[in-house]
Design a protein. Structure first.
Lengths: 432, 142
């Protein structure tokens, strides 16, 4: 079942022609509208006319998260704000978020790629879909919402959390498609089991899960416990949000919607392009975005691409499930967290350089974050209340900066492991 | 005024023993102690014979340590003795933040360590209320 058979099953030669035509246009667009890109192109001595084939993409500079940060908030937009109809943002590494903007046409494109994603996952106009991704600045909730409306499904915009209510409405409204993070899906399953409900009361059949890394083992568990078919979806706000790639019911890799996003796999150290079948960093160039196109955006996600035809009939290349990161970013409860964000908060509070350790675990299918902070003598108060106040203060600052709650544990000075060179700041005990 | 040594301790094996070792190795004698604990950590409060030295050696051994001024009051060592003293503190509007007993005693009197806000001012009020408050030199050597 396809949403847009013409594009999803396009002959690859035809697809490449389309990509090249769109690439030329997007390169011109950023060159003439974004000073950042023009300067970078000129430094490398390339200009739009140099793009004569898809291989010429390699002549273009990479774009990194740091570049987006340097141009905060709207410096990378190619249109005036009057043309922007929506803004989303993801957490940044130093307090400032990464901001992305959409024109009316971009929202349209986004709904299109998500309609494809949702169709891959079993959604039709007869479906009742419950969206339990967060709504707000995060692209998950609203992105999928527009895609589901495009398909014509009945949308229940639940947002994240409030588990018992989620289950009650799932039963009462006859939800048959669930969209949320995979860890939340497992948590729902667990809650359902505790409530001792008859599974037959639910009409749930399909699950569309993403926004955090998960394994094949986790898929099997979700499928068994919720008795659904679960597919993996991929996206990032810098490229468009969810809807960059999606598994089909074949579940052998995620089809990248190549008529909108031109993918590459590169060696993260040398920046060299790697052939199909080799593991490396995913890089995307948006081909159709208007408000906020990106050229060779480095995702830091590690994957492998394959060009082999898929049994589903879609011709777009497939990427493997994300296998890791090239930086120290972690995804905790669907939120991107960098250790440096924690460091920035601690530096604000104490006067000395803090020693800290992040311990990430998955308890009862929900991610937990514990931050151990070494107490220094000048932070030490003889009063228990003073220490508890300090814990509370760190906790509330972390909460407002990272957008997730953490347990703060004060530890004795010099008790955290010291290492030569790069300090070990993270212990991730999750078995994904 | 008494100099109390306060230490931050994580709730894990061997930490209390480690403090006592450091003090013992430096020939410092513990005269009174109290341990307040929460789920993850505790605060150990000590009265020792040589507070300055104790502070230095604990700091050298990387403990989070601080010095707090507290008071040592004499309390009648008989049933109801402490109650009577506390009533007088109440009347004098002195709020006790925490309190613990001293190991040694003088003749018929027990000693109690109290922590109050503004100990410098409180000491006069307490003495006025007829309670005997001991000086540091006397307490350290008891």
């Amino acid at each position: 079942m396809y949403w847009n058979e013409h594009f999803e099953c396009m002959n690859r030669e035809e697809l490449k022609e389309l990509q090249l035509m769109r690439l030329k246009k997007i390169v011109e667009r950023v060159f003439f509208n974004v000073p950042f890109y023009r300067k970078k192109f000129q430094e490398l001595g390339v200009e739009p006319a140099d793009i004569k084939s898809l291989d010429d993409l390699r002549k273009l500079p990479f774009t990194t998260k740091q570049d987006l940060r340097d141009n905060y908030p709207f410096g990378m937009f190619t249109v005036p704000m009057s043309e922007i109809v929506r803004v989303h943002a993801s957490s940044g590494t130093t307090g400032k978020p990464t901001v992305v903007g959409y024109t009316r046409e971009d929202i349209n494109t986004w709904a299109e790629v998500l309609a494809r994603t949702l169709t891959c996952g079993g959604t039709t106009k007869n479906s009742v879909i419950q969206i339990a991704y967060g709504y707000g600045l995060f692209t998950g909730g609203l992105g999928i919402h527009y895609g589901a409306e495009r398909v014509g499904a009945s949308v229940i915009p639940m947002s994240a959390g409030n588990t018992k209510r989620q289950l009650m409405l799932m039963k009462d409204f006859g939800t048959n498609v669930l969209a949320c993070t995979p860890s939340y899906a497992l948590y729902l399953a667990e809650t359902l089991e505790k409530m001792d409900w008859d599974r037959d009361k639910l009409k749930l059949k399909y699950g569309i899960f993403g926004a955090e890394p998960w394994s094949e083992r986790m898929r099997q568990e979700i499928e068994k416990r919720l008795q659904i078919s679960a597919i993996d979806i991929y996206g990032l706000s810098e490229v468009i949000g969810p809807g960059v790639a999606s598994e089909c019911q074949g579940k052998k890799g995620l089809h990248i919607f190549e008529d909108h996003f031109l993918p590459e796999i590169i060696d993260p150290v040398t920046g060299e392009s790697l052939p199909f079948g080799e593991k490396g960093e995913l890089v995307f160039t948006t081909l159709t975005k208007e408000g906020f196109p990106v050229i060779r955006y480095r995702t830091r996600d590690i994957s492998i691409m394959t060009e082999e035809p898929c049994s589903c009939g879609r011709t777009h290349v497939r990427m493997s499930k994300v296998m890791g990161r090239t930086d120290d970013m972690m995804v905790i409860r669907g939120v991107n967290v960098f250790p440096t964000q924690v460091e920035a908060v601690l530096l604000e509070i104490g006067e000395i350089e803090p020693h800290y350790l992040l311990i990430v675990d998955r308890i009862g299918n929900l991610d937990s974050l514990e931050i151990q902070v070494e107490l220094s003598s000048n932070m030490f108060s003889d009063k228990i209340k003073g220490l508890e106040d300090l814990e509370r203060k760190i906790r509330s600052r972390i909460d407002s900066t990272l957008g997730i709650s953490a347990k703060i544990k004060l530890v004795e000075p010099h008790s955290l492991p010291r290492s030569e060179g790069k300090a070990q700041r993270v212990i991730d005990r999750r078995k994904i | 005024m008494i100099k109390q040594i306060s230490l931050f301790l994580e709730n894990k094996e061997g930490r209390l023993a480690r403090v006592c070792h450091v003090l013992g190795d430096n020939k410092i004698n513990i005269r009174a102690l109290s341990l307040a604990d929460t789920t993850d950590f505790g605060v150990l409060r000590l009265i020792v014979n040589e507070p300055e030295k104790a502070y230095e050696v604990l700091k050298e051994n990387k403990f989070a340590v601080s010095v707090t001024d507290v008071l040592a009051m004499e309390v009648s060592d008989s049933p109801g003795g402490l109650a009577g003293t506390l009533e007088r503190l109440d009347e004098a509007e002195i709020n006790v933040e925490y309190m613990y007993a001293f190991l040694g005693t003088t003749a018929e009197q027990a000693l109690v360590i109290i922590c109050v806000e503004n100990p410098q001012e409180a000491i006069h009020v307490i003495r006025k209320a007829g309670i005997k408050v001991l000086e540091g030199d006397k307490v350290y050597s008891l």
